[in-house]
Design a protein around this ligand. Structure first.
Ligand code: SF4
Ligand code: SF4
Length: 173
């Protein structure tokens, strides 16, 4: 499969971030009827254009937040104790208390194949990323969707699509 040109999407996101962010903020402020169903349509259209298997940028550049049960599960998979796994790969963010990967790319990313080597048992944060299906989508605009536009091609495309749908519907101009 041909790799996605992540740099192309990043440039596009940087160029459009200000206007797309303003549009997205207006959309969620207006609380349009059936919004989550439109997000679902935008998401389906997005996955026709962007393939995570052809990208892998989040596994290369970002870190999941780990739950203690997930550390236990993955550590056991490698015959390690949770403490050993934590010591080798993780750290705790001082401000938030979140447990994160110590370095990038992720220790479980196969760069040659572009695949997660622990896919079936990966942390829920990875499984749920880029979080399009969240019921609290509107509340995640500032913390998730706007910052992720420049680092996740799918997020950029989804925001482009949902704002286009909202423009067609007259929710924004
Ligand atoms: S979620 Fe985004 S950054 Fe991660 S692989 Fe898919 S398109 Fe790339
Ligand atoms: S655990 Fe897998 S899906 Fe999650 S960041 Fe690492 S390689 Fe990517």
């Amino acid at each position: 499969m041909k790799k996605i040109d992540v740099a192309f999407y990043t440039r596009r996101a940087r160029a459009k971030k200000k206007s797309l962010s303003a549009d997205l903020r207006k959309v969620v402020k207006n609380k349009p009827r059936g919004f989550l169903s439109d997000v679902k349509s935008a998401t389906e259209q997005t996955w026709q254009e962007v393939s995570c298997v052809a990208c892998g940028h989040c596994c290369m550049e970002m870190t999941p937040t780990w739950k203690k049960t997930e550390i236990k599960r993955v550590a056991a998979h490698f015959g390690m104790t949770p403490a050993e796994y934590y010591e080798k790969y993780l750290y705790t963010e001082e401000k938030t208390g979140d447990i994160m990967n110590d370095s990038t790319p992720c220790q479980h990313f196969d760069k040659k194949k572009g695949l997660c080597t622990i896919y079936e048992i990966r942390p829920s944060d990875c499984a749920e990323f880029p979080h399009f299906h969240r019921k609290d989508f509107a509340d995640q605009v500032e913390e998730v969707f706007i910052p992720n536009m420049t680092r996740c091609p799918a997020t950029l495309v989804m925001v482009e699509k949902i704002t286009a749908i909202m423009r067609e519907k007259g929710v924004i101009k």
